[in-house]
Design a protein around this ligand. Sequence first.
Ligand SMILES: [Mn+2]
Length: 206
Amino acid sequence: MFEESALSGLQALPLPHADIAYAPAFLPPAQADALFSALVHAVPWQQPQLFIHGRQLPTPRLCCWMGDPGAAYRYSNTRFMPEPWIAPVSRLKTAVETLAGTVFNSVLLNYYRDGRDAMGWHSDDEPELGPNPVIASVSLGGVRRFLFGPRAGGKSSGIELAHGSLLLMRGETQKNYRHSLPRTAKQVDGRINLTFRNIRTSARAE
Ligand SMILES: [Mn+2]
């Protein structure tokens, strides 16, 4: 199913009109374990309220927006001011930038505490990200199924994101696909996901 580049361990996901690559063993297991534990304790996790059809509900996951000063980000009608970088995330950013061949100024961290925590269908297509953004997603902890659904309609495709893996979404991926992390009734360990992004601070509409 995959086309592998021996140099980077990156495998291309064969979805049409997308550019998605996956490195299942981006971080060695011991390093991924240590990073997961460090982040659970060191990240200033928040649980914002969501407003859906006039109802106020807690977001079904913990999150934190971290980045350079000024890399503010709007998501689900909430403006996130970035928390300052912490050392383990800053080091991970450097490793991700090397593999991705680009730079990032911010990261959205999500902590899915158990199978009830989830993320609904969306694209990372906020104007601050610019056209065809590069989004680099590192997964730590419990393995969850991540879905891509074509925006034009049709069957969705799933990938099990491994502990210590890296998923790169580039090109027209956000334009042509939505993604989600569905709830599961299975017993699953907590999962932390870090999606590195580059926010165009000059293009902010404020
Ligand atoms: Mn997303």
